[in-house]
Design a protein around this ligand. Sequence first.
Ligand code: PLP
Length: 408
Amino acid sequence: MNPDLEKLQPYPFEKLANLKAGIVPPADLNHIALSIGEPKHAAPKLIYDAITNNMSGLSVYPLTAGSGELRTAIAQWATRRFQLKEKSLDPERNILPVNGSREAIFAFAQCVVNPVSDALVLMPNPFYQIYEGATLLAGAQPYFLNTTKETDFLPDLSAVREEIWDNCQLMYICSPGNPTGKVYDLNLLEKLLQLSEKFNFVLASDECYSEIYFDETPPPGLLQACAAVGLNDYQRCIVFHSLSKRSSVPGMRSGFVAGDATLIERFRLFRTYHGSAMSPLVQAASTRAWQDETHVVENRKLYQEKFARVLSILGNSSTVTRPDGAFYLWMPTPYDDVAFTKDLYHQCNVTVLPGSFMSRRAHGINPGAGYVRIALVDSIEVCEEAAQRVKNFLRSHVKGEQPVASGN
Ligand SMILES: Cc1ncc(COP(=O)(O)O)c(C=O)c1O
């Protein structure tokens, strides 16, 4: 067996299942799961139609590089969305379709990391758990950059010592962030580009939540920062995008990577051997999805309305604030986040994810402790009901009463 498997931590949802085991919530309240970031809005009809109209694809072995139509649709979308220089994103050289961003985020580290003894992969903390697992199985060590209220939930680059940058081979960033919802502005992205050039490491930007935001201005992306500084070959940069959240189709498993042509060429080779080509049906549906913006605008509106309603309920009883993007509330808890999660489930039949399950102790603290992640993925009505229960629970905690676990 690969000994590095022993280094993997139980996944947060396994920890959560253990935490809830044996607890019996009130039978008169239906269960509301706000723990998993699985979009629940209806899948767009154009995607259904494209899948059913392309069943003949079942008889064809797909290419790792995907179809030209799909890569062209992606290049056009990304060029528009991130204001890239026309033709700088070549569908042949700068783009690869992937089966959702998760597998690509994992596989990319296996492809680019040279497992020498001091190899480091930098990542935010708390973080999407795949960054850590990918790092450990690639034979490198994770180096965590705590993102706390004090750092405005962004990595403090000035706190990283020179020898850490020297050993950094790859850095994952995530914007809008999971779980904090924080967006990296162009200024920060440009600083990262300078560091990546100075210390010669690869920047891997997880932008799977880029289309879910609440202000008029869409979150910038890493390729956009490249374009802004004239780095039109995207050297050392890779971005990960997904239809799971943008188009509410987590079961379709569709995303793409884009950026540096040399990295894409190596990754294509890796994936050819790995055997991770996208199904032709999914390619056809993905082409349609990247060509259409109407369903994305509607999807985003649903999140905007949901967040407004939920925050109007929770606003007075908690210090939780609206994120910049993504669909999570990163809510401070009045006491230990694990105990809070357990009590909330026990008394209100609502499941959230303890923040400390998404982070590691680093530099003397666990930056996820004292927070829970609340995924507002369900319908507006269900999320409102959950918010009422959380509000009552918080109020009763302040007053020291038994919580009134009902929707009123
Ligand atoms: C930060 C982040 N990156 C990547 C993913 C993977 O998404 P998918 O594989 O569906 O594209 C998720 C899923 O929740 C996520 O939260």
